[in-house]
Design a protein around this ligand. Structure first.
Ligand SMILES: CC(C)(COP(=O)(O)OP(=O)(O)OC[C@H]1O[C@@H](n2cnc3c(N)ncnc32)[C@H](O)[C@@H]1OP(=O)(O)O)[C@@H](O)C(=O)NCCC(=O)NCCS
Length: 371
């Protein structure tokens, strides 16, 4: 038995939900480029959960169900108020809140397909309210009740900022949600599938996935990109800052990918939105800095930008706090996690790989007095 480090190249599941072939990402056979230009996030949620696009009535029904389930138990917000709000990371708060939502769902351990679908709706609806509610509570503000008739993307920004967003902001945020919705067997999706393959419940699966997404090698990279841009501060500082990091063999967040070789197909959409939005908000230097970093990394390391690189300046332009970037990734990716969880339940087998043992050979127990 020989271990494959990081399971690179191992095919660990069959899926009908999304695929990455020759650097093209598709959801159920639809090119991500096509969906990003044309689809709403709600349509993508339906697509991932039902493996087909909805008709008008089906989309209306899903939208209504998301609206009907957007409110969260007051206990979630009360719990937030007990946290050390100056220091707690929103991903830690989110991980705890999703787990707590399971405590308040009387159907949490009901494993029928219908009950799991109802939980899917509840989770997708409530996670937006949880993330925006946390952001408000830590600023000493009250959470804003959802206005679901705005649509998922617009309602999120409304609950976050307390005012209805402009059309360009809705367009950018909807695109970001569509682009982050699913990504084959990424680390957090694999985590969710491993968890529910024990026949554990949906809340446990999503809570585990949030834990995996939190890390800076996965979803946490987008916050780190913004941290880097803030540290660099101006276009003139880019060269020195990046060169020093490269000379020290440090990783540059937002670049590289386990699966893509030529480039992450999601990055170009966010690059376009970043250019537009940074101009509109009077921070074009943020985009110029990003492009300069991008060109240096491509030239010297031949590493293309991934989804996290330009999403950072897009979210910053939307007035979103930097430590909310990864929770927003989770809001979108919940749709994909749920799709994979439902797929796993439908054709389940426990996921239990082996390990290559590299420790000492057989040893005899020695009593504690003799050690
Ligand atoms: C995404 C990522 C974890 C993939 O990891 P991986 O497939 O295990 O690849 P490795 O970390 O083994 O990297 C392979 C080589 O490329 C280099 N490399 C990979 N990503 C790099 C980056 N962002 N900056 C600089 N060098 C990088 C590594 O240093 C390594 O070089 P070496 O062989 O000389 O040691 C990795 O590219 C990374 O850490 N990127 C930054 C974090 C990030 O943006 N994550 C979001 C992914 S969507």
């Amino acid at each position: 038995m020989t271990a494959t480090r990081g399971l690179e190249g191992i095919v660990a599941a069959e899926t009908k939900i999304s695929s990455i072939i020759d650097d093209t990402l598709t959801y159920v056979g639809y090119d991500i480029d096509d969906l990003t230009e044309n689809a709403t996030f709600e349509e993508v949620v339906y697509l991932l959960w039902h493996t087909r696009l909805p008709n008008k009535a089906e989309l209306a029904e899903l939208t209504q169900s998301l609206a009907d389930n957007a409110e969260v138990p007051q206990a979630i917000f009360d719990q937030f108020k007990t946290y050390p709000l100056d220091t707690v990371h929103p991903m830690a708060a989110l991980r705890s809140a999703i787990s707590l939502l399971g405590v308040y769902d009387s159907e949490a351990d009901e494993m029928s397909t219908e009950a799991n679908y109802r939980k899917a709706i509840r989770l997708q609806a409530k996670i937006a309210t949880v993330v925006t509610g946390f952001s408000r509570i830590r600023k000493g503000l009250e959470p804003i009740a959802p206005k679901p008739e705005l649509g998922y993307a617009a309602n999120f920004l409304y609950m976050l900022h307390g005012k209805e967003p402009a059309p360009i902001e809705i367009e950018a945020f909807n695109k970001a949600l569509v682009l982050h919705a699913d990504h084959e067997l990424n680390a957090s999706t694999f985590t969710a599938r491993v968890c529910v393959a024990t026949l554990s419940d949906v809340y446990s699966g999503i809570t585990s996935a949030i834990g995996a997404l939190k890390g800076p090698l996965h979803g946490g990279a987008n916050e780190q990109v913004m941290k880097m841009l803030s540290e660099i501060g101006s276009l003139d500082n880019v060269e020195n800052y990046i060169q020093t990091k490269l000379n020290n063999k440090e990783k540059i967040m937002g670049f590289g990918h386990r699966v893509y070789r030529k480039g992450d197909p999601r990055a170009k959409h966010l690059r376009v939105m970043s250019e537009k939005l940074t101009k509109l908000t009077g921070k074009p230097e943020l985009y110029d800095m990003s492009v300069k970093i991008h060109d240096m990394i491509v030239e010297q390391k031949n590493l293309p930008a991934n989804v996290d690189f330009f999403s950072a300046s897009v979210y910053d332009s939307l007035g979103i706090e930097h430590d909310l970037f990864t929770p927003i990734f989770a809001v979108s990716r919940t749709s994909g996690w749920i799709a994979h969880i439902l797929e796993q339940y439908a054709n389940n087998r426990l996921i239990r790989p082996r390990a290559e043992y590299v420790g000492p050979g057989m040893q005899k127990y020695v009593s504690i007095e003799e050690r």
